[in-house]
Design a binder for this molecule. Structure first.
Ligand code: GLC
Length: 712
């Protein structure tokens, strides 16, 4: 029977429940399920539950098979469940958070990581991942920056594409989120309203969603936030005009958790029936974890507010997705408990995860302490993150701390002869003040050749609903650092964080800072190799680190203003500036140090005029002028000097990751095309406007190595 025939046999209630998604525990009525928020007043019966279309938040091959088997025994039309889960940066083998992995600028590695995660997830019974998350992030106060790829639309789009491709190779269906502009939340507060021009929306925030759709993503999840006055979950312009009309997306649109019900809380729907009506009209096919559809669609139909065709179209999209995933032929799809046990956390996967940590780490400062000499005999590891597997990040999915290589374990297995001593020093947390552990840490630091001091955030200080206003480290961590430095100058700070931090004071005090983000399962093995120089750090930031929290939102691709500091029209006081803080960030987009040094020749252009449809070659020679073979991410930026909308001071338009031996030079050539110059101008058409352009090539977004050309 084909899908349309199946639809014709379904009752209205069967159709409506195909559009509901509940937490899988509901189907098992397992204890411990505390229905909260929109689920707390569930008016669902056993009869209802056996009609459910999809479930979320369950894992485990045996359990999934068990749920599916029991469900199909009860479901008269034998329409299998689809199992969905947040496989964001790993399933059981966890790799660095997205904001860290993006710093590798390695699209193949990103694809491999996604494929690895998908392979593990589908063997364990997951059919769909609520990923990639491609929201553009400019405000580090927002906790969910950890699952973004940062502040650049071009890079975010490439990463979105690579991630979808990787998930597909691994056999899992995908859901791009959160559509749209969730990262633009007011004051960095999660779920807060988003208000921006259509120019900003289309120029910066929409490209990565479009890239995911062009890469073949299966589903789209609207965001919790209001966008220009209308909640995304009820935003017809967004979900119909843009998503389906302009972009031609014909897959499933699934709400975020309870977001249909939240249309009432927003003050957009007057009651539950209105919420169901507005969401369906806007184009939400599946309602996640609230029951507005289940309780109101039939009434809306009877009152002529909606048509059965609208319901049918939504149901068809869900059934088509299940058909595409092969669930009708085999409701267990790729679930295989035996293979899952062999593949999950296998050496190949651990190696991918370890490589991801090595390529994601960003060296923020190094006075010469790093790399640690191979002759080092004793290391004091200090700080809670030094001896725990809780370094997986907020979206740890099936990752387990006990399956994670700690910093201490990694150092010990790296060098059996290394004397590694551990002291906690202090607890980690924005509100921790207890200094009682510092004395023991100082004793260990005093007697060790080197100190690895683990500072930063707690895992749960970033991620969903974890926004914060103070992005510096708490005082107790500075007290610990200063106490350790008073007895040992050979200190490397390992920074564990889910967001850019305003660590200007740390930058002044610490001899060396290696940012490892939330590194994941292979933390200790990768960090040991980085600390001793087996791997030279090459990561480059994809989100600006502010000099102080008050600068947020801060990002590299800003406009110049009519009074750029310090060249204010009248004098330095009448310029774009703060009276108490520099304009510049602590670390800019694209920044990351190495154990070696790279020098760049002047930019050369094949011509200083580009005709319409023409191309220009831009080239530099990069030389490894230091003492270590290492990788460098060469970055191409373009500035459109004059536009019908003012243009950013720089925009990333290309990058190439190269590896150079000591003393080796390599010519790096970028091809500049007219399309790279196009933008949404005053007329809201995406075109390249004639005029002057600058081409920058360097090692970060503050490079001033540029040449000029004209587009005629
Ligand atoms: C959460 C998140 C979303 C996630 C969904 C299901 O609230 O906003 O990213 O996919 O619920 O867990």
């Amino acid at each position: 029977m084909n899908i349309k025939q199946l639809l014709s046999t379904m009752s209205l209630k069967e159709k409506i429940f195909q559009l509901e998604q509940f937490n899988s525990v509901l189907l098992k009525q397992l204890e411990g399920w505390d229905a909260t928020g929109p689920m707390k007043d569930l008016k669902l019966t056993e009869e209802d539950l056996k009609l459910t279309g999809t479930v979320l938040n369950s894992m485990g091959a045996e359990r999934m098979k068990d749920i599916q088997t029991e469900f199909l025994e009860k479901n008269e039309k034998k329409i299998p469940l689809a199992f969905m889960h947040d496989v964001i940066h790993g399933y059981r083998t966890i790799y660095p958070i997205n904001l860290g992995l993006a710093c590798s600028f390695d699209l193949d590695l990103i694809c491999d990581c996604a494929e690895m995660a998908a392979t593990e997830a589908v063997l364990d019974g997951v059919n769909v991942t609520f990923a990639p998350m491609v929201d553009l992030a400019r405000d580090a106060r927002w906790g969910r920056v950890m699952e973004t790829s940062g502040e650049d639309p071009y890079l975010n789009s490439l990463i979105a594409k690579s991630t979808v491709e990787g998930f597909k190779k691994g056999g899992i269906a995908t859901c791009v989120k959160h559509f749209a502009a969730y990262g633009g939340a007011l004051a960095g507060k999660d779920y807060a309203e988003v208000d921006m021009s259509e120019h900003t929306l289309r120029e910066y925030y929409l490209p990565a969603y479009k890239a995911a759709i062009d890469a073949g993503v299966d589903m789209v999840m609207p965001s919790f936030n209001v966008l220009n006055g209308i909640p995304a979950t009820g935003n017809t312009w967004l979900l119909q005009d843009v998503l389906r009309g302009e972009w031609g997306f014909d897959g499933v649109v699934i709400s975020d958790y309870g977001a249909v019900w939240e249309l009432i809380i927003h003050g957009y729907a007057k009651d539950e029936k209105d919420a169901a009506h507005k969401a369906l009209q806007a184009g939400v096919d599946v309602e996640m974890c609230s029951t507005m559809y289940a309780q109101n669609l039939e009434k809306l139909l009877q009152e002529g507010e909606i048509t059965e065709e609208q319901i049918d179209n939504a149901v068809l999209r869900v059934l088509n997705l299940k058909e595409k995933m092969g669930l009708f032929e085999n409701p267990y799809q790729l679930t295989d408990e035996k293979k899952a046990k062999e593949i999950i956390l296998c050496d190949k996967h651990r190696n991918i995860a370890r490589k991801a940590v090595e390529e994601s780490a960003v060296l923020l400062k190094n006075d010469g302490v790093l790399p640690l000499p191979r002759t080092t005999k004793s290391v004091a590891v200090i700080g809670p993150h030094g001896d725990t597997g809780h370094v997986l990040g907020w979206w740890l999915c099936g990752g387990l701390a006990e399956e994670t290589v700690t910093i201490c374990d990694g150092l010990r297995s790296y060098d059996k002869g290394l004397n590694v001593r551990y002291a906690k020093g202090c607890e980690i947390g924005w509100n921790v003040t207890d200094e009682s552990g510092i004395a023991e840490a100082v004793e260990f630091a005093k007697d060790s050749e080197a100190v690895v001091l683990c500072l930063g955030e707690k895992e749960e200080e970033s991620g969903e609903s974890n926004s914060k206003t103070n992005l510096d480290l708490p005082e107790v961590q500075y007290k610990l650092l200063e106490a350790v430095l008073s007895v040992n100058q050979n200190v490397v700070v390992l920074l564990f964080t889910g967001r850019p931090l305003a660590i200007t004071r740390l930058h002044k005090l610490a001899p060396a800072i290696l940012n490892v983000w939330w590194p994941g399962t292979e933390c200790g093995n990768a960090v040991a190799r980085l600390l001793f120089g087996d791997v030279v750090p090459s990561g480059k930031l994809t989100m600006t680190f502010p000099y102080s929290s008050g600068q947020c939102p801060i990002y590299y691709n800003h406009c110049l203003t009519g009074r750029p500091s310090p060249y204010g029209r009248f004098d330095i006081t009448h310029a774009t500036r703060y009276i108490d803080t520099p304009n510049e960030p602590l670390y800019p987009f694209g920044y990351g140090l190495s154990y070696t040094q790279f020098s760049y020749s002047q930019v050369e252009l094949s011509t200083d005029e580009m005709s319409r449809g023409g191309k220009i070659k831009a080239r530099v020679t990069v030389t490894n002028s230091g003492k270590y073979k290492a990788k460098e991410i060469v970055q191409l930026y373009i500035r459109d000097v004059i536009g019908s909308c003012v243009r950013p001071v720089k925009e990333l338009k290309g990058f190439e990751k190269i590896e150079l031996n000591v003393g080796e030079s390599k010519q790096v050539v970028f091809t500049i095309t007219e399309d790279m110059l196009a933008f949404y101008g005053a007329g809201m058409e995406r075109v390249a406007e004639s005029g002057k352009f600058y081409v920058f090539i360097g090692g970060n977004s503050e490079t001033e190595n540029y040449k000029e050309f004209q587009l005629i």
